[in-house]
Ligand binder design. Sequence first.
Ligand SMILES: Nc1ncnc2c1ncn2[C@@H]1O[C@H](COP(=O)(O)OP(=O)(O)OP(=O)(O)O)[C@@H](O)[C@H]1O
Ligand SMILES: [Mg+2]
Length: 291
Amino acid sequence: MSPGGANSPRPRPQGGVRLAARPDAGAAGHDPPTEAALTTTLLATDGLTVRFGGHVAVDAVTCAFRAGELTAIVGPNGAGKTTYFNLISGQIAASAGRVSLMGEDITRLSVAERCRRGLGRAFQLTNLFPDLTVLENVRLVIQARERKGFGLLSTAASHSGITTAAEAVLDRVRLADRAGSKVSELSHGNQRKLEVAMLIALDPRVYMFDEPTAGMSVDEAPVVLDLIAELKHDSDRTILLVEHKMDVIRTLADRIIVLHNGALAADGPPAEVMASDVVQEAYMGKALEDV
Ligand SMILES: Nc1ncnc2c1ncn2[C@@H]1O[C@H](COP(=O)(O)OP(=O)(O)OP(=O)(O)O)[C@@H](O)[C@H]1O
Ligand SMILES: [Mg+2]
């Protein structure tokens, strides 16, 4: 169970951790991004909010994600992390606020259009074709990417060129030996690796991973985590990672943001966010270690 129920206290500012403006300050209370940030900001949300009936699941979240940075998004169960992702990727519509990708307002665009512009949310099983093979699923993503004209292969790229590219991706996620298997025949861990493979095949500017190793065995999880670490080396991309496991965050994150009751509660370098007594107590101690 999460320690961060609805009655948990909101953390107060401490040390070097910047605690976010209260959402009830409204969008007008947010500082505009600096010029320096604008040059490297790939993704930004401004006052992003969604209400389900009377419940505010994401509450005026203003945050910018820069190129070359891996941001871990943490918070207790039900804090709004997945819903925040759904708003960014377009799976659900915002009640208020804005999402921008490379400076363009994408708030009203479809999931497919956001994807075409470089927003990459890890595929989920529901996005896969269970009766097609692993290789065929990855090929479909590469084909779609090439048709949209932002891939590397020329239009003359043959069937075999796309197959070779798909095989290379499967190799990276250690799924080459399952290339001919139907998705429905894969183990849970391999299905999750395939989700990551599909995202890599899409080649987005913004990678979004929501608990990418959930349900994976201790043998399988490092493959996915190593891949995410590799993706970090690309300074043109930004990575958003929802993760509960403290050791994973310590290893990978350049920055941590904390969501609590849908609102941005803290934002800062990992060491500072983790060392903050209030954040430690409210979120990290139990919320992360228990999982
Ligand atoms: N479609 C929906 N309709 C109504 N309420 C929703 C909907 N989606 C999410 N919620 C509610 O919004 C809140 C945030 O849920 P969300 O799944 O984003 O949390 P989370 O931080 O991802 O939690 P976890 O760590 O358990 O994955 C929860 O109270 C949830 O019940
Ligand atoms: Mg979630």
